[in-house]
Write a protein that binds this ligand. Structure first.
Ligand code: 5GP
Length: 202
């Protein structure tokens, strides 16, 4: 069936579990790809250039901004992050669905720029639980964790304009909910009409 690729935009405060959720569903949908962002953040141990992120210097990032190479970009927790416009356009035109793990500022930019995106917000069960998760994953320094917790309240306020909210208390349940959103969106009438018109008089 010929249809435009769907943009799934997923945001959450750091530590809510959105990256794990995205990893969990990516293999379940053969037509779904994870969008690899560009960032000026230094790689964490185990992160691979081109798989987790494209790690670039500030100069290169700025050059890309000036050249209009980003579909959206934002400064998050003191680092820059952006989504390649070329990749996004290519996937959409080839009918490949993309999942973008990006912050609320970037999500807002995409919402105003592209039609038909699906906006999903992942919430932790509470701020206390968010702090506990950030502390136990020990990926970041105490200072970075503090900054991320302070930013969380502002980010959570943004959830009100998203299409779906998933509360990640029990991971299995949250993963099922995310899968259900994707399945439902595949059946959305507006996405199917053009391709079905070849077979049916609708
Ligand atoms: P982290 O440094 O923990 O990988 O990501 C920090 C934040 O940056 C997360 O909220 C993540 O969703 C966001 N982020 C990652 N890539 C992008 C991007 O391309 N654009 C925007 N706007 N945010 C991003």
């Amino acid at each position: 069936m010929n249809r435009e690729g769907v943009l799934y935009v997923i945001s959450a405060p750091s530590g809510a579990g959105k990256t794990t959720l995205c990893k969990e569903i990516i293999d379940k949908f053969p037509n779904l790809r994870h969008s690899v962002s560009y960032t000026t953040r230094t790689p964490r141990s185990g992160e691979v250039h081109g798989r987790d992120y494209f790690f670039v210097g500030k100069e290169e990032f700025k050059r890309m901004v000036d050249a209009g190479e980003f579909a959206e970009w934002a400064e998050v927790h003191g680092n820059f992050y952006g989504t390649s416009l070329a990749t996004l356009k290519e996937c959409r035109s080839q009918g490949i669905d993309l999942i973008l793990d990006i912050d609320c500022q970037g999500a807002r930019q995409l919402k105003s720029r592209f039609e038909g995106g699906v906006y999903i917000f992942v919430l932790p069960p509470s701020i206390a639980e968010l702090r506990r998760r950030l502390d136990t994953r020990s990926l970041d320094t105490a200072e970075v964790i503090e900054r991320r917790i302070n930013n969380a309240a502002g980010e959570i306020k943004e959830s009100r304009w998203y299409d779906y909210i998933i509360v990640n208390d029990d991971f299995e349940v949250a993963a099922e909910q995310l899968k259900s959103v994707l399945i439902a969106e595949q059946c959305r009438t507006s996405r199917l009409l053009a391709s079905l018109a070849a077979t049916f008089d609708i």
